[in-house]
Design a binder for this molecule. Structure first.
Ligand SMILES: *[C@@H]1O[C@H](CO)[C@@H](O)[C@H](O)[C@H]1NC(C)=O
Ligand SMILES: *[C@@H]1O[C@H](CO)[C@@H](O)[C@H](O)[C@H]1NC(C)=O
Ligand SMILES: *[C@@H]1O[C@H](CO)[C@@H](O)[C@H](O)[C@H]1NC(C)=O
Length: 362
């Protein structure tokens, strides 16, 4: 028998079984989909692209007329701009730029306006005696955040993502953010006709934090995400909530008590409200003030857990041997010579870009 007659005989003999198997598959598939709908809302991530460390070319180009959350996978993660807060060039900005390159992100580092120490002290002293006051270092960081937020307002940006210069993220950040955008739209009941990827029914989108509360009584949207840091690898103050999460899922919810400002996004209105709400000091630090604005005052804040951004920490064997001076365009700056670590990020973009390795602590 030739190969085709064998195939035909096989088909004739087994056609009923094949039909039955096909029908069973369809049924199972349908049941599987229906079963998914019993959970609150779960958003599968698109798997259309992957991070590639061999080229600088962004791997993902959203279709021009796709769903409104698709641009969340673009080079500015669907925000009008990504802005990093950085006083000067150092190992921090070098790692930031290497991470941006490997994940195809465009990050601007606007120059910081000079501030005199007396101004910082004046800011720290604002308000009555019995108000809370930041120490000098916290006041300095707070004023720097406010200056960058003023830049967002002055540039009339629709949305902006602000990150600190030691922030790190996963190689799959662009996929992750498409899921986050869809989840934020669902949480805020944003309609199809709203073209901004994350909608604009929020003030602060807290993407990089180090502490938060959550349990399943919170109004929550779940995202199916294999790249979410599992509870056994998660460290830090949000470990309790992360242990309550279903495996391989991320949650998006109205903020409970987020702390740390590794990365947060603002809407146009949100930026103005934040300036009004926490522009005059009178709390321990920028992130604590922002948290209190979310908890006790008028800011509408949304958190994501596990977080998508976390700060990178240089090697514990630090000391002067971990850094050498490097030169670029005649300027001197520190270069790290030994890999550090980033908690809660499975595939750190910084460590992959600079050392070709993962650096989540064991
Ligand atoms: C890319 O990543 C692989 C590991 O996945 C590593 O072996 C290789 O050296 C990296 N290449 C570059 C150019 O960083
Ligand atoms: C990414 O998408 C946002 C929202 O559509 C847009 O404002 C921004 O310009 C886009 N970024 C790039 C680099 O195209
Ligand atoms: C909240 O906003 C309203 C108007 O938008 C204002 O009247 C009120 O004072 C604000 N509350 C707080 C606690 O800031």
């Amino acid at each position: 028998m030739t190969r085709s007659t064998v195939a035909r005989a096989f088909l004739v003999r087994w056609r009923w079984y094949l039909c039955a198997a096909g029908a069973a598959c369809t049924l199972l598939w349908t049941l599987y989909f229906l079963s998914l709908h019993r959970r609150p809302i779960i958003i599968p991530l698109p798997h259309t692209f992957s991070a590639d460390n061999t080229s600088d070319v962004p791997a993902y180009h959203p279709p021009p007329s796709g769903p409104p959350m698709d641009p969340a996978g673009n080079a500015t993660l669907g925000f009008e701009a990504i802005l990093a807060l950085s006083p000067f060039t150092s190992w921090r900005t070098r790692g930031l730029q290497a991470a941006a390159r490997i994940t195809g992100l465009e990050i601007q580092i606007p120059p910081q306006p000079p501030v005199r120490p007396e101004m910082i002290d004046a800011f720290a002293g604002l308000g009555p005696e019995d108000a809370r006051h930041p120490n000098h270092g916290s006041a300095l960081a707070w004023v720097a955040h406010l200056d960058l937020i003023k830049h967002v307002v002055q540039s009339d940006m629709e949305t902006a993502l602000i990150m600190e210069d030691d922030a790190d993220w996963d190689l799959s950040i662009r996929e992750q953010m498409v899921g986050v955008a869809e989840a934020v739209r669902q949480l805020t009941k944003t309609t199809e006709s709203e073209g901004i990827p994350y909608g604009d029914a929020w003030d602060v989108l807290w993407l990089g934090l180090c502490a938060e509360t959550w349990d399943d009584t919170f109004e929550t949207v779940y995202i199916d995400d294999q790249t979410a840091c599992p509870a056994h690898q998660y460290s830090g103050l949000a470990k309790g909530p992360v242990e309550r999460l279903p495996p391989a899922q991320r949650v998006v919810f109205y903020s409970g008590a987020p702390i740390c400002s590794f990365a947060y996004a603002l809407t146009r209105e949100g930026a103005k409200k934040v300036l009004l709400d926490i522009g005059a000091g009178q709390d321990e630090a920028f992130d604590i003030a922002l948290m209190n604005g979310c908890r006790e005052r008028n800011l509408t804040c949304i958190s994501v857990l596990p977080e998508l951004f976390h700060h990178y920490i240089p090697s514990q064997n630090l000391g002067s041997t971990s850094f050498v001076n490097g030169g670029e365009e005649g300027k001197n700056f520190e270069i790290e010579v030994e890999m550090g670590s980033t908690e809660n990020i499975l595939e750190s973009a910084r460590c992959r870009a600079l050392w070709g390795e993962n650096c989540i602590p064991h």
